[in-house]
Ligand binder design. Structure first.
Ligand SMILES: [Zn+2]
Length: 464
């Protein structure tokens, strides 16, 4: 028995498998077997011919398939031979239902784009249209290996329930705004509404609640302070857009004598529970301030490029040690929700703009969509890597494609060569939501038809 215990301890250290010597066979709901596991654990282990056992929502064992198979009795085995098995991608910034406006307002600067989009939202962002748009976003993201996404949009309750019903993991919360939007929320009702939302969803295992404001240029100081108070009371993530365009930075400087970053700091809104989208226009001291306050950044390079907002100083942010994750932004400024594509852009654009092909490296870009993204949303203990005890959010990519042949380096393929059509299966919270490219929780054809009907109404200019 003593010898067996020695073996077990060694086994634990190398393969993170916890075996009870009295009961060497453990049950599991799913066993993902074969394939190359890109764990993103602290050692960044890549396990060839690996296996992952899932019980309930969690990974209960991970390691070489030959060792795992000995001890796991699974209800269902998923053959991942010839595949890459990765942590599900996390899209840390988006406006999901804006899929209904995809391709409607292109080739405009941010201010002109907002001037077109806001009246369209007032007319069309009702519950049924937003639900169709959110469902389409979920279909697109699951097909692209995304298992968790942030959302900031109207019809908050319905969006959240739509994602939960599809088995999708969502970061969502009330967005404080001065205007009365299409969901009719009066500014004076933001605080009780936020409390009500948080009380309803904070124990939902698929929902990470946050508090949001659109931006410093569309929100009063009082409203920012209200959002900060709710974020502090419930210890929730705070999300806003910051320093996205030059016009925004100039506007806030004229109003308050400070940049948006300085202004947010003054209000007490920078910190480890804050996630700022874009951060394109930053001075050196602002980058240092983000680092010193442990504030995270949602880097959205395609949206920034398309709106000509510029290119964020990603290499400087990374060198300073700022936690940077990746987001697609909404489909009306991107125009897709493709995280593999966004990682490719993030890896490429900075090499061209800043003249340094070594930054960012492919592995570091993949961190920005997995472990760093998990940290950005405060879920680093539960998400972002394939490890025993973490939630089973997993994407499986088929390697048997000409553009993925041969394979020398998994990060190289994930960032520079793979695309969303390579994603074969996706698990969220321990449950399959797509197997062998078949969606299990959403009716893609019905959803596309519903969004096409919304587009017909938008095109005809009819209301709702
Ligand atoms: Zn945005």
């Amino acid at each position: 028995m003593a010898k067996r215990h020695c073996f077990i301890l060694e086994f634990v250290a190398e393969s993170v498998i916890v075996i009870d010597p009295q009961n060497p066979t453990q049950s599991a709901d799913y066993l993902i077997k074969g394939g190359t596991l890109v764990t993103m654990d602290a050692k960044r282990r890549v396990i060839e011919n690996g296996a992952i056992a899932i019980r309930g929502a969690e990974i209960v064992s991970i390691g070489p398939a030959v060792q795992i198979a000995e001890h796991i009795q699974a209800r269902q085995t998923i053959d991942a031979s010839g595949c890459l098995v990765i942590p599900g991608l996390i899209n840390v910034h988006s406006h999901l239902a804006m899929t209904i406006f995809r391709g409607l307002v292109d080739d405009q600067p941010l201010e002109a784009w907002l001037g077109r989009i806001w009246p369209l939202e007032a007319a069309f962002a009702n519950v049924s249209n937003v639900r169709a748009g959110t469902q389409l976003a979920l279909v697109e993201m699951i097909r692209g290996g995304v298992t968790c996404a942030h959302d900031m949009y109207w019809q908050l309750w319905d969006n959240t329930r739509t994602a939960v019903n599809a088995g999708f993991r969502l970061v969502n919360g009330p967005a404080f705004t001065e205007i009365v939007g299409p969901d009719g929320v009066m500014p004076e009702n933001h605080i009780p509404r936020a409390q009500s939302y948080i009380e309803e969803f904070r124990t939902n295992p698929l929902v990470t609640c946050c508090v949001q404001v659109h931006s410093t240029y569309t929100t009063s100081r009082q409203m920012l302070e209200n959002a900060r108070q709710i974020s502090e009371d419930y210890q929730l993530l705070f999300v806003t857009h910051a320093s996205e365009s030059r016009v925004e930075v100039e506007t806030i400087q004229q109003r308050f004598g400070k940049t948006p970053i300085e202004y947010l700091h003054e209000v007490g809104l920078l910190g480890p529970r804050t996630l700022l989208a874009h951060c394109v226009h930053l001075r050196d001291d602002e980058i240092q301030l983000l680092k010193d306050t442990s504030t995270s950044v949602a880097h959205c390079p395609e949206s920034n490029l398309k709106l000509s907002n510029g290119v964020a100083r990603l290499p400087d942010l990374l060198r300073a040690g700022v936690n940077v994750a990746i987001g697609t932004d909404g489909a009306a400024t991107n125009n897709d929700l493709d995280m593999l594509g966004e990682m490719f852009t993030a890896a490429m654009v900075h090499k061209g703009v800043w003249g340094d092909p070594t930054c960012p490296k492919a592995e570091h870009v993949f961190e920005m969509a997995t472990v760093k993204a998990a940290r950005a949303i405060g879920m680093q203990d539960r998400l972002g890597s394939l490890e025993t005890g973490k939630l089973a959010d997993i994407a499986i990519l088929d390697l048997d494609a000409p553009h993925l042949t041969p394979l020398y380096n998994v990060y190289s393929h994930l960032i520079y060569a793979a695309n969303k059509s390579d994603v074969r299966s996706v698990f969220i919270h321990g449950k399959p939501v797509m197997l062998n490219r078949e969606l299990l929780t959403l009716d893609e054809e019905e959803i596309k038809s519903a969004v096409r009907r919304v587009a017909m109404r938008i095109n005809s200019g009819s209301q709702g």
